[in-house]
Every structure is written in structure tokens, then in C-alpha cells.
Design a protein around this ligand. Sequence first.
Ligand SMILES: Cc1cc2nc3c(=O)[nH]c(=O)nc-3n(C[C@H](O)[C@H](O)[C@H](O)COP(=O)(O)O)c2cc1C
Length: 485
Amino acid sequence: MSQGKLTGAAVAEHNSKNSCWVIVHGKAYDVTEFLPEHPGGQKIILKYADTLDKFLDPSKHLGQVDMATVEQEEKAFDPEEEGRLERVKRMPPLAACYNLMDFEAVARQVMKKTAWAYYSSGADDEITMRENHAAFHKIWFRPRILVDVEHIDMSTTMLGTKCDIPFYVTATALGKLGHAEGEVVLTRAARRHNVVQMIPTLASCSFDEIVDAKEGDQVQWLQLYVNKDRAITKKIVEHAEKRGCKGLFITVDAPQLGRREKDMRSKFSDAGSDVQSGDGSVDRSQGAARAISSFIDPALSWKDIPWFKSITRMPIILKGVQCVEDVLRAVEAGVDGVVLSNHGGRQLETAPSGIEVLAEVMPALRERGWDKRIEVFVDGGVRRATDILKALCLGAKGVGIGRPFLYAMSAYGLEGVDRAMQLLKDEMEMNMRLIGATRIEDLNPRLLDTRALLAGHAGVIPSDTLGLGAYDPLEAPRFNEKPKL
Ligand SMILES: Cc1cc2nc3c(=O)[nH]c(=O)nc-3n(C[C@H](O)[C@H](O)[C@H](O)COP(=O)(O)O)c2cc1C
């Protein structure tokens, strides 16, 4: 202690799973009991700093720390970071972004390396990630002409909530990697455009901060990673319902997190320097995703569904369903919806795109007269309103959009996300006119040519960028540099 304050050395002694102290904004906290809920290291806990102050039992508030005694990490000169800062100064104006891909192109240049790596990465060779968007290009329209399209209404309902346009902001973890304010930026943008936001379990802002940021009758859903400790899961679900969430999206495609090599390669230095060191429970070379996800229960199964139904009245939706059989099983299990999704290509490599699964699922549901028993959503690779229209024509109730809003937020903040959503609305209105549909109810499979999609993957080999880049090509015989005398 120095002048009644703790020293840096005293805090540093508590650096294990059994006794773990952290310093946040000059105060020390004992977070040992907090760790199972928020595993993943000190820097992750930092993102929950305000939560700590509010919710950690007062007995765990250890008091002020004499910051002069805390060893500071020295920042080495980083040419890459210097280059990035220089690019930030030369960023294109927001008005120069005309579509969702433009935000990605800008974000790639101006985001911090670790943040870009975490947001942009997909599993393994990123074939599924690229296919998610490419699959939409296998569907063509069969537009109708001479329909009176003066007035277009693109509003719809999802799980009983009226929305301006049939997309929602899907759950994406760690919003503060991209923007200092994190997920609340998405909350505000969703409000402006009257669309639903799905709150991620692993948000950087606390759940309550995100709920507090909503206005009026704005609707939010909760994305749930199921904890091995079901008491924690129950607490999260009950709290979400109490705070007004209108849907529980249980992620079912991530019993183990996929290998996202861009993320791993960027060596997630943020993932904790002291906490849990030595016990091997967090491997810091594994990237952000793995560092924060060790609590997820791989034993989650169909047997758990009745329990979820017993603890909440929120509609239950399975997020990450990837084949017809499981959609049918979900209906039988009595859930309210499914999201056909492969987690943005971040989980199983060469899992099919959601839109491809949708084309198989809807006829199977219609055949059984089950298509009104659940709401079917799709996410992955949605970048254009034509993508949204294709999903709706096939029978989806709505689509989730992930990365584009993260990129817009990271590069341009709230105004960026606002513009991204407005661009989608403008594209949607125009394209509904051009295919001859004035209302969402008008969208149907007859407006599509799905022959190329339904032909499946026979004979089509996705481009193997990593393999080709690493391949040392054979060479033809070389000519002499000079003519032989
Ligand atoms: C950076 C990032 C973080 C994500 N975090 C989560 C998560 O915590 N929980 C979850 O269920 N899905 C998560 N997802 C998956 C998304 O909810 C969604 O399935 C995917 O992003 C859709 O693909 P898109 O990014 O091409 O729109 C994440 C996706 C990204 C890109």
C-alpha cells in the first residue's frame, strides 16, 4: 500500500484463475468469481468496465491503485499502425459510399488490424464465407411488367414486430473493436430505420447498456450462447425477457468455434495479458473468437429445447440451422423459428449458404403444410436489396445482416450505419418496382429462376485462394539469356 492505495505489484500477484485482480480506470477489482461468466482475459473484462463497477459485489471493490507503481507497457513504433492512421486522414467522404461493399473496402483500409481480422475472417479457406454472397448470383429474376408500381410498401412483420424493411441487424460480438461506443451505435441506427437489432451474448457493451440505448417502442432480440452453467443461462434469459426482448435466438452452429485463421494470425493481443495465465484455459494465439468463447456448452442438444420453453415466454428461434431435416425437427420441437445460417462462414467450412438451404426448405415445409408454423430467416452474404428480395421470394420472413453494418460503423460511426441502411431501402424500393412487386406479399418463387442454384455444386470447384497462393508452380524449360555461339 502507498498512501492508502494499492500498488501495482500487489495487484499483479493475483494473476491466476483462483485469485484474479484487475485494474480498471485506476481502481482494483477482484474478478475471480466474475471469470466463469466473462472468461477471456483482462482486456475483455476492460470492455465490461462499467458493468464491473455497477454489478460486482461491493466486497470485491478493492480500492484505488497508485498508478505510479503500475508497470506500463511500452508502445513500440508500428509502421503498419502509422500507415493506418495516415489513411484515416484521407478517408473517402461518406457520400462516396454507394453500396454495402464500399463500406467493406473503406473499413479494410482504416480499421485496426486485430479488429479487421476478427470481423472479416471466416473458417479455414473461407470458401463458405465467399459462397454466402456468391450463391445469390446463381438466382436470376423473372420480372413482371406493366404492374402499377407507383406506390411501394416494403414494410413487414417479423415475430409479430412491424419493421420498415425485411432485414434485421444480426448479432455480432465485440462491437467495441470497431467503434469506441460499440453496439449502441447499431441500436441507434436500427431505431432510425425501424428495424430490429439482435443483441449478442458477447457484446462489448453490457446487455443493459444496449437495452437502455433503445428508444420508444423499439424492438430487440437476444442472441444466446448457452453456458455450461445453466443457472447463468437462465439468469441471462430471464433478465432479457424482463427488459423487453421479443425473441430468443439460440445459436446452434457453434458447439466449438471455427478456426478463423486471419483472426488467429493477427494474434489477438487484446485477449488478456494477465488473467488466467498459467492455467492454459485461454490460448492467446487462438485469436479473439476462441479467447472469449470457452464457456459455450458443446453438450447442448434437442433435449434442452423443452427446458428453454419452460423458462421463457419469448419466441424461441434456432440460429444456425443448415439442412432441411433439422428445420423439420425444429418444427416438431415446437420452436417458433429458424435462422438458416452458417454463422457468416465462420464455423463449418463448406457448409452450404443459407439461401441455398432456404430453396430446399420452403418446398419441404409447404408440402407438409408447415410453412406457417414457423418463421424462417436467412443470413450470410446479404449485401444488396436484390439479395433480400431473392430470400423473400423463396419464402423467408426476413434476412439478417452482419458484417456490412460493422464495417459501416467502424469506418463512419452512426452516420455510416444510417447510410448503409438507407442505401438498402433505396435499392429495395427501386428493385421492387423493377420486378413488378408493390408489397412484400407479392414476392413469390415465380419471380425467380433458381435453376442454377438448384443445380447444386456438381462440377463447380470454389476458388482455392490460399492453396493457389502457396502453390509453387511448375516451370517450363528456360531459354538461354544469350544466343549460343
Ligand atoms: C464479427 C462477427 C461476430 C459474430 N458474432 C456472433 C455471435 O456472437 N453470435 C452469433 O450467433 N453469431 C455471430 N456472428 C454471425 C452473425 O450473426 C451472422 O450469422 C453473420 O454475420 C451473417 O453473415 P454476414 O456477416 O455475411 O452478414 C458473428 C459474425 C461476425 C462477422
